[in-house]
Design a protein around this ligand. Structure first.
Ligand SMILES: [Zn+2]
Ligand SMILES: [Zn+2]
Ligand SMILES: [Zn+2]
Length: 119
């Protein structure tokens, strides 16, 4: 049976990426998100990454797991093989790389900041 276009279900079930289905899916995501964000505080799963990222809750418990998972991501990044790191300021800051290229980029970046502040 041919899928009906312009439906979020077609987007997810048939992996259709036509304009109508993409738009329907986008609207559904927005709706879901808005609903999640409108949830009463006591119905949010606090202390989970879901509470933090999906519900956008920044209570103490959610913030804690949120920052922990961010830290985890950063730690994982530090295990990135050398040749896969985007060397430069992001290599220095996000990947913790201290190679010559990253060092120089970071130094230049800091100088730039200083100059911007002084101006
Ligand atoms: Zn479609
Ligand atoms: Zn929370
Ligand atoms: Zn580097």
């Amino acid at each position: 049976m041919a899928p009906t276009h312009g439906r979020a279900s077609t987007y997810s079930n048939y992996k259709c990426r036509c304009d109508a289905c993409t738009e329907a899916n986008r609207l559904r995501c927005m709706e879901v998100r808005a609903k999640l964000r409108a949830k009463p505080f006591n119905q949010i799963p606090h202390g989970t990454t879901t509470g933090y990222s999906q519900y956008g809750c920044h209570c103490e418990a959610c913030q804690e797991v949120g920052t922990a998972s961010l830290r985890e991501q950063r730690d994982k990044r530090k295990l990135t093989p050398f040749d896969q790191i985007p060397h430069g300021t992001s290599g220095y800051n996000s990947y913790g790389c201290r190679c010559k290229v990253c060092h120089a980029a970071n130094k230049a970046y800091r100088l730039e900041l200083k100059r911007a502040k002084a101006a």
